[in-house]
Design a protein around this ligand. Structure first.
Ligand SMILES: NC(=O)c1ccc[n+]([C@@H]2O[C@H](COP(=O)([O-])OP(=O)(O)OC[C@H]3O[C@@H](n4cnc5c(N)ncnc54)[C@H](OP(=O)(O)O)[C@@H]3O)[C@@H](O)[C@H]2O)c1
Length: 338
């Protein structure tokens, strides 16, 4: 039987933060799945800061979402009709289904997301692009060694919460940076960081110097935010340190020039290395990353944390803005039709 689905489409390219005018909600009728295909009812949408970049028509690692196109998004869903034996009816799957209620898939880029002890939001968080970003960013790009000193910004966010916990597993000294006292308490008390600096209420430069002590420096700076905090971090590097350029959320809604690091010469002074990366670069090793992360989850060494918003595809924009307002602790997920 054909299935009606509501879909969120890009109506206008936003200047700065997206708003209700950025989107159209349309209704489509999906045909029954053809041979090799299956129909998915989307239950959870992954909300990611990178989605903001996909709305701009400028060169990036993926083509922008086109005007009139369905908004791209990672999601979890349930197979409700199937003509593909790898994904029978009832299977929980993870894939790039977009901001829709239902999607037809042929299985490309889709993985089975089932384990009795793992919640759907954790498949998008610790076991999804988020956790894999932390894992490959910290261990491969950051070349983390046991016992080093790690600084991570956005420490109470989706990627940051995993970075903190992974670095603690490796016996590192971990200093987080996050917005607000509540977040900082969470980063120290629940994630186990050694210190956390509230960049909204504290002098980051002075607090970082204090946390590092007289001869201390940062061996790995895991940068989720860019801008001013990156500039400050550059002044506190250890010799041969690594800066993992994961994201620059402080700049994503800039309508003018982005704030670049004025203190970049410290990379020379400290013989440091700054490297950008995309989690997709490690796609072939995702099974390795997922296995390791699942193992630590089951041992209780990583605690997953999600910021779940219940709603419909119409609530996408409000839920998405939580990322830029800093309203979330952990992974932002829009749960559809709960
Ligand atoms: N390279 C990759 O492959 C890859 C993959 C996934 C994610 N990323 C990047 O990783 C970063 C974190 O992503 P996520 O999914 O984990 O998001 P998130 O950290 O859960 O959410 C974003 C957080 O950023 C902080 N923030 C917002 N505006 C800010 C500003 N102006 N200055 C400083 N902090 C600000 C807020 O926390 P506060 O309240 O603490 O400000 C907010 O909670 C993003 O930059 C994202 O683009 C990269």
């Amino acid at each position: 039987m054909p299935t009606e689905t509501r879909e969120l489409r890009l109506a206008r390219r936003p200047e700065g933060l997206p708003d209700a005018d950025t989107w159209d909600i349309t209704t489509a009728t999906l045909p029954d799945p053809a041979e090799g295909e299956f129909l998915v009812r989307v239950t959870h949408l992954s909300l990611d800061p990178a989605m903001r970049g996909w709305l701009d028509d400028r060169p990036s690692y993926l083509p922008p979402v086109g005007l009139g196109e369905v908004m791209r998004a990672g999601a979890i869903g349930t197979v409700v009709a199937s003509r593909n034996e790898r994904f029978p009816e009832g299977t929980t799957v993870s894939g790039g289904f977009g901001v829709v209620e239902y999607a037809i898939s042929d299985g490309r880029g889709v993985v089975v997301a089932e384990a009795e002890d793992v919640a759907p939001e954790t498949w998008l968080g610790v076991l999804g692009g988020t956790g894999l970003t932390a894992y490959f960013g910290l261990f491969d790009v950051g070349a983390l060694a046991d016992g080093e000193t790690v600084l991570v910004s956005g420490a109470a966010g989706a990627v940051g919460t995993v970075v903190v916990q992974l670095a603690k597993i490796r016996g590192c000294r971990v200093i987080g940076i996050a917005g607000g006292e509540e977040k900082c308490r969470f980063v120290v008390d629940e994630l186990g960081a050694d210190a956390c600096i509230d960049y909204r209420g504290q002098d980051v430069d002075a607090e970082l110097a204090r946390a590092l002590g007289d001869d201390g420096g940062v061996d790995v700076y895991f940068d989720n935010v860019g801008g001013e905090i990156l500039d400050i971090a550059l002044m506190h590097l250890a010799r041969d340190s690594r800066i993992v350029l994961c994201g620059a959320i402080s700049q994503y809604n800039e309508t003018g020039a982005w704030q670049g690091p004025a203190n970049y010469w410290q990379i020379l002074v400290k013989r440091a290395r700054m490297q950008g990366f995309l989690v997709f670069d490690f796609a072939k090793r995702f099974p390795e990353g997922r296995d390791a992360l699942l193992g630590w989850l089951r041992e209780g060494r990583i605690t997953p944390r999600a910021d779940i918003v219940d709603g419909t595809v119409e609530d996408f924009n409000d839920a998405f803005l939580r990322l830029f307002r800093g309203a979330n602790i952990g992974k932002v997920v829009l749960r559809l039709g709960a």
